[in-house]
Design a protein around this ligand. Structure first.
Ligand code: SAH
Length: 212
């Protein structure tokens, strides 16, 4: 029943705003975003909004999910670390585009809800941990790509050390009100950093994030 709305979201909000990766467009045309929202908000799932998912957190709006994912340049074989599972929607999009997703969420209630929805969608290539994602997931490192879905004061250092050479890390950085979405590439010659967009994400809390 949401198929038409989802097709329109892909055409207008994603293709219409410059998202090109065909695998990504295909994935976002299939992942049922409404399933990651509580019942009362489902009818707004495919609109151009970030929506509340409880506990003061939000699901990023579709274009933001697409922009961050496209910046990771996934081919299909990658192991990807995600910090900030939230609803699990971004996780599901990643899971469709790479081999394995390792996702960390600090709020147990959100993590457990995301796990349930991912299972109900038969998405089985996701390992989920409850904890502080700013320290990364050392046992599973290195990662080909890392996506941080919440904004911290600066780049959480441990994440960079868990990135494979040639890997990409996408992360919002800045003070609470104004942030830049950065892409870092770990190259032989060093770290290459680009600003992808201005953005405003919920706060990244934790040891290498904001204290509160
Ligand atoms: N992309 C998500 C939205 C994430 S909102 C989606 O599609 O729904 C950002 C999430 O990051 C929130 O759930 C918040 O609890 C979580 N978060 C904040 N700091 C964190 C940290 N240090 N480690 C793990 N998760 C964190």
């Amino acid at each position: 029943m949401f198929d038409r709305a989802r097709r329109r979201m892909v055409a207008e909000q994603l293709e219409g705003r410059g998202i090109r990766d065909p695998r990504l467009l295909h994935a976002m045309g299939r992942v049922p975003r409404h399933e990651f929202l509580e019942e009362a908000l489902r009818h707004r799932a495919y609109e151009e909004f970030a929506l509340p998912i409880g506990y003061g957190q939000t699901i990023s709006h579709p274009y933001t999910v697409a922009l961050m994912t496209e910046a990771l340049e996934l081919q299909g074989h990658e192991r990807v670390l995600e910090v900030g599972t939230g609803s699990g929607y971004q996780t599901a999009v990643l899971a469709a585009l790479c081999a394995n997703v390792f996702t960390i969420e600090r709020l147990a209630a959100l993590a457990m809800r995301a796990r349930k929805v991912l299972d109900s969608q038969a998405i089985y290539n996701v390992a989920l941990q409850i904890g502080d994602g700013t320290i990364g997931w050392k046992a599973e490192a290195p990662f080909d790509a890392i996506l941080v879905a919440a904004g911290g004061p600066d780049l959480p250092r441990p994440l960079l050390s868990q990135l494979r050479r040639g890997g990409r890390l996408v992360v919002p950085v800045g003070d609470g009100d104004s942030q830049s979405l950065l892409r870092l590439r770990l190259e032989d010659s060093g770290i290459r950093e680009e600003v992808i967009a201005d953005c405003r994400f919920v706060k990244l809390l934790g040891r290498f994030g904001f204290a509160r």
